[in-house]
Write a protein that binds this ligand. Sequence first.
Ligand code: 8DG
Length: 212
Amino acid sequence: MAATSNLPPGLEGNYLETSTGGDAAWLPISVKKWYTNAFIVHEAVDPTTPGKILLGYKKRGFGAHLYNGFGGKVEPGETPAQAAARELKEECGVEAPLQHCGSLLFVSQSGPEWAFQIEVYRADEYTGALIETDEMRPQWFSTTPASTDAPAPADQGEEELLPIPYDTMWPDDVYWIPLLLSKTPFIGRADFEIDATGKYSMKRWWFGVPPS
Ligand SMILES: Nc1nc2c([nH]c(=O)n2[C@H]2C[C@H](O)[C@@H](COP(=O)(O)OP(=O)(O)OP(=O)(O)O)O2)c(=O)[nH]1
């Protein structure tokens, strides 16, 4: 990992670059709005009990038809941590000891006129019963890369989980979900262009972690 002095505008601190790409100029940021995104991750116990991550299939609204963590806007008077807990409960019915693990800044050309500041949380456990809501359909995915030789859970009489569906997630997620899984704090920025069909594609991105 390279030490960096080229943090994108809007990010601050001492971070080492983990991934970067695109050659568009960084878009200007006028206003930021705060959002949250929360994930439940069960660590692998052994080769027959692989790790898994809870995602939700977003049924409506912004990011519809993509899998994501659970989250939304930070409401006036709330801290991001309070908003993350509220959104998790509203969207899939559970409570969890969420820990802050990352901060992301997303800017889009010809989309919302504000930049999205997203505080990302993770918990190892949850309480309550998972439910499908009007907004999200929760589903567990395996955190074991599909290419390993680990025995499939189905062989052990367990529910077979699919790998994380990056093709049906926001295009930046593949750069920071692995950091979330390894409990490595992260920051990042991605700038998007939106085509006539409403599809977001990344024009420039940067992700980094604190020096170890
Ligand atoms: N993983 C990922 N999540 C993103 C990206 N961009 C982005 O807005 N999100 C998340 C942040 C929020 O969790 C969610 C957007 O919030 P939302 O529009 O669902 O907010 P909300 O629930 O308050 O909305 P609403 O009920 O008022 O319609 O999408 C991204 O690039 N990757």
